[in-house]
Design a protein around this ligand. Structure first.
Ligand code: ARG
Length: 458
């Protein structure tokens, strides 16, 4: 139990409460970033004339040595220190003695923890974006493999209209591309150097913050030290991006759970990605998909939790802010794990083309039948009523449009053109769509090409 602030106190810290407040168990994950920040800080102190060249060299050597040790052995980053900043400073002092005790000159852990988190997110967000791109690739591959296979699109989870199965896969790819944008935006928000803010009022040493920002790879410096010491907007933005990505994964999971079930079986879930029942020998359960859906609440909860932690804080640093890290790390782990699991599921997913095509025909062609009347000059509302009556009759007879004879078509509505039966098919339905975002085969081919180009641009 070694705190950086014991000088002011006559008593030893209360053991259990000190442990309650310690964050090293969690923030040890910021080790590399903390050392990188300290390396840049000692250089800035030397440039400002606060450290001699020799002192700077000694601190740099010690920090590099600590970094190597921590990288080589994760178990090295441990101890009963209060947090990762304390840990690194203790090791520097152990290595350099008196000189190490100058490391923290002009600097506060308040800005240090903000710096570390910003560096961490900058390093880790690209990995999540790569995982998003891998899933988009898996969806594009499934769209490719689906070729001209048809399936139903649903509204209210009732069969609505035929679409190309490729259109379904690319729908989820479109949502994930927005997630990539949001993750990139969170990284841009984190891209500001907080050092120079001190504890809250700034630092009393002539630190060249612009040079320090450049050295640490930041494109700008924060504008206000009071704001900077408690600004966690970038953390909330990251959690928001992660939450929405999880919501998209959860909705895809739900689609696949329904579509791979025995009743629908539009898709087949490979055995390797399913789990059995300890009791019921026939079961083939979609556990990975259910887990993705289940874990989504955790990440959304982290975002809400941090917003609530922030809402009542007075200006400047408050210890409540320490809660940001568990939220960020767990959201990162959960999203990363879910993306990998979903990519594996997509890679193994097969379309049951017969079942999917059959499910895409029948009464869900009713809109096309109504459009056929509109083509004959019938106002749409009248066409809707006429086809609605026909559907009601067919449902009661347990039949569909394809069972109607030419006479029956004419009896149902004399305005139907002759040869209507041949025109009312699922394939004709998708070809009838005319907008770029539609399921027309050419529009879907263009969307797939656009998705491939996006992947290639990563
Ligand atoms: N462990 C702290 C955190 O994560 C670091 C900052 C501590 N600052 C302080 N004044 N106690 O927020």
């Amino acid at each position: 139990m070694a705190a950086l602030w014991s000088g002011r106190f006559a008593e030893e810290p209360h053991r259990a409460t000190f442990e309650f407040g310690a964050s090293f168990r969690v923030d040890r994950r910021l080790f590399e970033d903390d050392v990188a920040g300290s390396l840049a800080w000692v250089r800035a102190l030397a440039d400002a004339g606060v450290l001699t060249a020799d002192e700077h060299t000694a601190l740099g050597v010690a920090l590099h040595h600590i970094l190597d040790q921590g990288r080589g052995d994760p178990g090295f980053v441990s101890g009963d220190d209060e947090d990762v900043h304390t840990f690194v400073e203790r090791l520097v002092v152990e290595a350099t003695g008196e000189i190490g005790r100058k490391l923290h000159t002009g600097r506060s852990r308040n800005e240090q923890v903000s710096l570390d988190l910003r560096l961490y997110l900058r390093r880790r967000i690209p990995l999540l974006r790569q995982a998003v791109a891998a899933l988009v690739t898996a969806l594009a591959d499934r769209a490719d493999a689906a070729a001209d296979t048809l399936m139903p699109a649903y509204t209210h989870l009732r069969p609505a209209q035929p679409i190309l199965a490729a259109h379904f896969f690319l729908a989820h790819a479109a949502a994930l591309r927005r997630d990539d944008d949001r993750l990139a935006a969170a990284a841009r928000e984190a891209d500001a150097l907080p050092l120079g803010s001190g504890a809250v009022a700034g630092t009393a040493y002539p630190i060249d913050t612009g040079a320090l920002a450049t050295r640490l790879g930041f494109s700008r410096v924060v504008v206000n030290s009071v704001d900077a010491s408690s600004d966690r907007d970038f953390a909330v933005s990251f959690l928001h991006a992660a939450s929405l990505a999880m919501v998209h994964l959860s909705r895809l999971a739900e689609d696949l759970i329904i579509f791979t079930g025995d009743e629908m079986h539009l898709f087949d879930l490979p055995d390797a990605l399913s789990t059995g029942s300890s009791l019921m020998p026939q079961k083939k359960n979609p556990d990975p998909l259910e887990l993705i859906r289940g874990k989504t609440g955790r990440v959304v909860g982290h975002q809400i939790g941090l917003l609530i932690a922030l809402k009542g804080l007075p200006s400047g640093y408050n210890k409540d802010l320490q809660e940001d890290k568990e939220a960020i790390f767990d959201a990162e782990d959960t999203l990363g794990g879910s993306l990998a699991a979903m990519t594996a599921v997509l890679d193994g997913l097969r379309i049951d083309a017969d079942r999917a095509s059959r499910a895409a025909s029948g009464l869900l062609l009713a809109t096309d039948v109504a459009d056929a009347l509109v083509a004959r000059g019938v106002p749409f509302r009248d066409a809707h009523a006429s086809v609605g009556a026909l559907v009601r009759r067919l449902v009661s007879e347990g039949r569909s449009f394809d069972a109607l004879t030419a006479d029956e078509w004419r009896d149902a509505d004399p305005r139907f053109e002759p040869g209507i039966a041949e025109r009312v098919t699922s394939a004709a339905s998708v070809r009838a769509k005319q907008t770029p975002q539609s399921t027309h085969p050419e529009a879907v081919a263009a969307a797939l090409a656009d998705t491939r180009a996006w992947i290639a641009s990563r």
